[in-house]
Design a protein around this ligand. Structure first.
Ligand SMILES: [Zn+2]
Length: 694
């Protein structure tokens, strides 16, 4: 940012042919021009900044004469947060004609904003109507999302979920509204705020950005992050009794409430002065004087910082304290009964505070500790593990593969985790990954298990994945793509996704299965909390490192407020890695793919009898020095489980049974189960299960 002389900006405005009265402040412009219609305002009529004195400074930082470039406004509801942005926009259209971009969380909200808020301002504010009218009559190029105004202002509104919209035009001014509801990443192109801000490059120090939002979850809140890095201004008001200046807060950091009331009666509410010596109580009726006599105090002033403003609904001239208390009492009652949603909403939207969900996270170090108590090595299947699934995450420079062993009631063991480095546009890493998935893994009874189904994430470089899958789908590999909506099932219906360069569906092309990552992650989080042995317990080898667990637990369930509605989604810190979590989720999808969640106890029992029979050998500790050494060990008699129980694939023809061949030691190709990448004839040839049946 860099402090620049306000007069440079004025001179600049002159050169741009702007009228000298452009040097009025945004607040002055609003007082002189802005009219609020009955449709949108609780108090229709001429705008009066004096009604909400605390936003005067916020708006004036947005004036062309202010050197401030970034304004962060954390706000509760009904504190005139939206009007701050509208007044700035009106001022720009009328006095500083410039390209102006407004970013709302979604395109749908952007359209609604244009139809309602922008249309209202044009209609009710004569200064703006004058600039719009003539244009409207002769220019049909104006659309819902793009409006041109007389004098040269171009107003574009878009959604943070549209990379195209964010890249659409150069912008001098940007209002990022409700930033806490933005997606982390838009269309794979990164952070929407960064993407839009690139549009300001040509304007240098003359560009400005306003960020507004109601905060959401602790650590996941974009607006809180920006406020904490700003100069952190709070609006201090003077106690009418002792004159001590203080911000109005719901409670002190130690939890002691400042708003107090008697006997559950909200109408008795008073505000306790921060000065312990002061005996006076502050009442609702003092509010207009408190606001008028207040001033912003920066807690962390410093050069090159954004101007940060934080205000809650206690300051609102339209929200009375008794109403707030009533809302709180109701929310607290629901919370005591186990429903935290209302309390969280009160916290976010009324107090403008981030919310920390108590105990909703499994900590990675706890999982690391649990892993230390396990005794099995990676590259082996411990007792209980009966069916293997695999999943692969595709990155530009590597493939990450995870193999999971499933047992009775979906108890599960992580049995292998590999990262194959190499340019994934080339064949090399894919071949290596395929070998990993084809290599059997031995259990404690010396029996080999094969990966039965392996999910390949096609989210990155889909065309490359389709091309590979086209040749390998019949081997048990299947393409998946994750979707974060709340209602999707873990494994959705498959669809053809493979099109050639003409856009025509490829015959026998690859298919993908949509994965409901929301549901899968919610389920996984529940499983991770379970300890010990039994249904849905996950087990980790002590060979796995800290990073593995950090990635597995990196995401949190957060609630965002989109257009006033709560939307839950999984959130991870920017730049944090989460491939392990993804491939665990895709393994869960692979388990669904082969129907494991629907297995009946008898099916698991049969599997267990076949794979963990003690009639040939005692269980032995299969010592394989980590995965890198390979897993070839002398062959033992292969036991196949009934294909009907374990395989959704077509049943093998019985004739093929007559072709068993002794297996060479170093080339264990005899599968015990429907393997990945087995030519059908040879898989048949080794079916000792069928032999026994004969
Ligand atoms: Zn006082």
């Amino acid at each position: 940012m860099g402090a620049i002389d306000a007069w440079t900006l004025v001179a600049d405005a002159w050169r741009a042919g702007i009228q000298p009265d452009a040097v009025v402040q945004v607040s002055e412009w609003a007082d002189d021009n802005r009219v609020l219609s009955r449709k949108v305002a609780a108090e229709p009529g001429e705008w009066r900044t004096a009604r909400v004195p605390y936003i005067r400074e916020v708006m004036d930082c947005l004036s062309v004469t202010s050197p401030v470039q970034d304004v962060v406004f954390v706000a509760g509801t009904q504190v005139a947060k939206s009007e701050t942005g509208m007044n700035w926009l009106g001022y720009v259209i009328d006095r500083v004609p410039s390209p102006f971009l407004i970013v709302l969380p979604t395109l749908t909200l952007a359209k609604r904003w244009s139809r309602q808020r922008l249309a209202e301002m044009v209609e009710s504010t004569p200064a703006i109507r004058a600039k719009a009218a003539e244009k409207r009559s002769r220019d049909s190029a104006n659309t819902i999302l793009e409006k041109e105004f007389e004098g040269g202002s171009m107003v574009v509104v878009t959604g943070a979920n549209s990379a195209v919209g964010l890249r659409s035009m150069p912008a001098r001014y940007i209002h990022f509204d409700e930033v806490d509801a933005y997606p982390n990443d838009v269309d794979g192109e990164g952070d929407p705020i960064g993407l839009a801000s690139n549009r300001q490059d040509t304007f240098g120090a003359r560009a400005k950005r306003l960020y507004t939002s109601t905060p959401t979850e602790k650590d996941a809140s974009e607006i809180e992050f920006r406020y904490l890095n700003s100069d952190r201004r709070r609006y201090h008001v003077k106690c009418p009794h002792c004159g001590t200046e203080q911000p109005l807060v719901w409670a002190d950091p130690d939890g002691r409430r400042r708003l107090v009331w008697t006997d559950d009666d909200p109408d008795t509410v008073m505000y306790l002065c921060v000065d312990p010596e002061c005996t006076g109580l502050i009442e609702e009726r003092h509010k207009p004087d408190l606001l008028a006599g207040g001033r912003w105090v920066a807690e962390a002033p410093g050069p090159n910082k954004a101007a940060g403003f934080w205000i809650n609904s206690l300051y609102s001239p339209w929200v009375r304290w008794p109403a707030l208390v009533r809302e709180f009492i109701e929310a607290q009652k629901a919370a005591d009964a186990g429903d935290l949603a209302k309390l969280k909403k009160f916290w976010n939207t009324r107090l403008a505070l981030t919310w920390e969900q108590p105990g909703d996270r499994v900590k990675s170090h706890a999982l690391l500790e649990r892993a230390k108590a396990e005794t099995y090595r990676l590259g082996t299947v411990p007792p209980g593990g009966l069916v293997l699934t695999g999943a692969v995450d595709v990155q530009p420079d590597r493939l990450e593969a995870l193999i999971v062993a499933w047992g009775v009631s979906e108890e599960a063991w992580i049995v292998d985790y590999r990262v194959v480095y190499g340019d994934t546009n080339e064949e090399e890493p894919w071949n290596e990954m395929r070998d990993i998935m084809r290599t059997p893994i031995r259990n404690a009874w010396g029996r080999d298990l094969y990966v039965r189904a392996c999910a390949i994430d096609t989210g990155y470089n889909a065309q490359r994945c389709y091309a590979w899958l086209r040749n390998h789908e019949h081997e048990g590999f299947f393409g998946v793509k994750g979707f974060g909506e709340e209602k999707r099932p873990v494994l959705g219906k498959r669809s053809a996704q493979d099109f050639n360069w003409m856009g025509v569906k490829v015959d026998n092309g690859a298919h993908i299965y949509p994965i409901g990552t929301f549901a899968a992650k919610e389920q996984l989080t529940g499983w991770l909390k379970l300890e010990g042995k039994g249904a849905h317990r996950l087990h980790f080898s002590p060979d796995l490192n800290t990073d593995f667990f950090a990635q597995l637990t990196v995401e949190r369930l957060v609630t965002k407020w989109i257009g006033g509605k709560a939307k839950r989604e999984w959130w991870k810190p920017k730049a944090a890695r989460n491939e392990v979590l993804d491939i665990m989720v895709y393994n869960m999808a692979a388990a669904w793919f082969i129907g494991l969640p629907r297995y009946r106890p008898i099916q698991w029992e049969t599997l267990q009898k076949n794979l963990e029979r003690d009639d040939l050998f005692r269980p032995v500790e299969v010592i394989v020095p980590a995965a890198v050494e390979g897993r070839e060990t002398p062959p033992v008699e292969q036991i196949e489980v009934p294909a009907a129980l374990v395989s959704p694939a077509p049943q093998p023809a019985l004739e093929a049974v007559s072709a068993p061949a002794p297996q060479p030691v170093a080339h264990v190709t005899t599968p015990t189960q429907h393997p990945i990448a087995r030519p059908p004839a040879r898989r048949m040839g080794s079916s000792s299960y069928l032999k026994r049946r004969r």
